[in-house]
Design a protein around this ligand. Structure first.
Ligand SMILES: Cc1cc2nc3c(=O)[nH]c(=O)nc-3n(C[C@H](O)[C@H](O)[C@H](O)COP(=O)(O)OP(=O)(O)OC[C@H]3O[C@@H](n4cnc5c(N)ncnc54)[C@H](O)[C@@H]3O)c2cc1C
Ligand SMILES: O=C([O-])CC(=O)C(=O)O
Length: 514
């Protein structure tokens, strides 16, 4: 079996992974492994930008207040304050490294507006290609010092004497590969692909969440899924995201007759936090108020110049921008919950760190504010790397036990999972819909409460991860009998104060390998 040794092995190649590698590479031997080509990530697709209280009259306290309000006060307040306080410092550090954000003709950084923010505070690059520019920049920064194994799918975390000592993977030709490391970092992103429609890259299937769960790490707040209001959807096909920054420039959500859908629904109208806008649009679809939702962009000048990525998506979908309307509909976008982590990205499993969307530090509460995910990725890459650079985990003994695997009972198809999740664990949830989803997850022959080691093809293991994540979300959503942020129970429509600071934790009995 192919075996590699490193100080740190990082799973994923989005911004969290690449920036963590950048912070470690001068002191540690780092290997990155990633499922497909390195570009296959949500980070690469990011459009709007990265938020920072950058304007002279802006203030991190205000940024924090906005994030808490959007998160419906379920946030970890200390971490949210830390993230907001750090924002300008993080952006300045990127600029010093050589990252180029868009500027006006006088050389001033351009700041865009997005939902939930009380000020224009979103830095962007090449218009709406921020993710491509930022990940491309950091990839270039690390590539001479960091080994990147592409087309290598992590399939299991290795646990020995209660420590995570590395990761098992499967390479392009389905050959097993083992990576031993003093520290293992999961930067596998969220789980958008367990829903359809979604804005997420096809590689983002909840793998890291499921791997951490089966290895015994605690997961938290899994019921909080964010639905973005404006996916470009035509003839039932999703083509990608239409950034909130388009509404930041003044675009409005309308129905087929031109009636504005957000008017009077929230003080910020079309720029209300995402959960609010998605709920309004979904209700308009369900009640017949909107047979088709459009983003009216007729008042915007220089659209193609400001939004080249979206212009390209519209071209692919055959949408004529000259008509001033883009057909949109809500879809799964982000997971607020994830692997429980502390300030340094440490999970409850010693030796294992989680950074970025797969982690749950609590900064997003029940609904993430726009452009705080790229910010989270770079900020916690920093705290986690500082911790890994100073701590040395115990030396690793080689794991020789290859027994104890069970062949995965055939999991459902991706399409079945995506359909079930959108229908029963989507924007509107009820006890009945969630019970249906939980029972469906359980019907595939897996006891999610008992730790097991699974063997199978990459595709089977990916679908198992999707099913596991689906169960984690559905079962947590069933337990939370209130509505808050991204979690809307139409049978419990109110926010309930006792639930505000309560988190649902999911943890399986830990497994040991010898
Ligand atoms: C279309 C879109 C636009 C967005 N725009 C913005 C924005 O403008 N601003 C903002 O703040 N946020 C935005 N977000 C959210 C943000 O992009 C993500 O939350 C963030 O980039 C996540 O970064 P990450 O590094 O944690 O994960 P990702 O960037 O998703 O990377 C995960 C990586 O893990 C790899 N991986 C997964 N499973 C495995 C496995 N089993 N083995 C090996 N590798 C694996 C994937 O291939 C990928 O490389 C957007 C999201 C989308 C989908
Ligand atoms: O561009 C967008 O709308 C997406 C975005 O900012 C985010 O997810 O934070």
């Amino acid at each position: 079996m192919k075996t590699y040794h490193a100080d740190i092995v990082i799973v994923g190649s989005g911004l969290a992974a690449l920036y963590t590698a950048a912070k470690l590479m001068n002191k540690k031997r780092v290997i990155i492994l990633t499922k497909k080509k390195w570009q296959a990530s949500n980070s690469y697709l990011a459009q709007g930008g990265i938020a920072a209280a950058y304007a002279p009259d802006d203030d991190w306290h205000q940024q924090m207040e906005d994030a808490l309000r959007a998160g419906r006060y379920h946030n970890n307040v200390d971490e949210t304050a830390f993230l907001a306080r750090e924002s300008k410092r993080q952006v300045d550090a990127l600029i010093r490294m050589g990252m180029q954000f868009d500027r006006d003709q006088k050389g001033q950084i351009l700041l865009a507006r997005e939902g939930g923010h009380s000020a224009a505070r979103v830095l962007h690059a090449h218009g709406d290609a921020t993710g491509r520019e930022l990940t491309g920049f950091v990839k270039k920064y690390v590539e001479r010092q960091v080994i990147i194994h592409e087309h290598t799918q992590a399939t299991e975390l290795l646990v020995q004497n209660g420590h995570c000592v590395g990761v098992r993977a499967s390479d392009q030709s389905e050959e097993p590969v083992v990576y031993y490391a003093r520290n293992t970092v999961l930067a596998t992103g969220g789980c958008g692909q367990i829903y359809a429609p979604t804005s997420a890259d096809p590689a983002v299937t909840g793998d890291g969440l499921a791997l951490a769960y089966w290895a015994g790490a605690a997961l938290k707040d899994m019921e909080f899924v964010q639905f973005h209001p404006t996916l470009l959807i035509k003839n039932h096909r999703a083509y990608g995201l239409v950034s909130e920054a388009v509404r930041g420039e003044g675009a409005k959500l309308i129905n087929q007759d031109g009636k504005r859908l957000l008017e009077g629904k929230h003080p910020l109208e079309d720029l209300a936090p995402r959960d609010v806008v998605s709920r309004v649009l979904f209700k308009a679809q369900k009640t017949g108020e909107a047979e088709q939702i459009y983003l009216d962009i007729s008042m915007l000048d220089h659209f193609a110049e400001h939004f080249p990525t979206i212009t390209q998506l519209c071209r692919q979908a055959g949408v004529d921008l000259a008509k001033g309307r883009i057909p949109v509909s809500p879809g799964a976008h982000f997971l607020m919950g994830g692997i429980e982590t502390d300030h340094e990205g440490k999970t409850t499993l010693p030796g294992l760190y989680a950074i970025g969307e797969c982690a749950c530090t609590g900064v997003h509460g029940a609904n993430r504010i726009a452009s705080h995910s790229l910010l989270e990725a770079v900020t916690y890459a920093g705290t986690a790397a500082a911790s890994m650079n100073t701590h040395t985990e115990q030396p690793i003994e080689k794991i020789t036990d290859e027994s104890g695997f069970r062949n995965v009972p055939p999991p459902p198809s991706k399409k079945e999972i995506q359909k079930t999740m959108f229908e029963y664990v989507g924007i509107w949830r009820t006890q009945q819909s969630l019970t249906t989803a939980v029972d469906w997850c359980l019907s595939w022959g897996i006891d999610f409460n008992r730790a097991e080691r699974f063997d199978g093809t990459k595709d089977e293991l990916e679908r198992l991860n999707m099913l596991t994540t689906a169960w984690l979300i559905a079962s947590s959503a069933l337990e939370r009998t209130e509505s808050r942020g991204g979690h809307t129970r139409i049978d419990y429509p109110e926010e309930i104060e006792q639930w505000r600071t309560k988190s649902i934790i999911r943890e399986v009995t830990k497994i040991e390998q010898n």
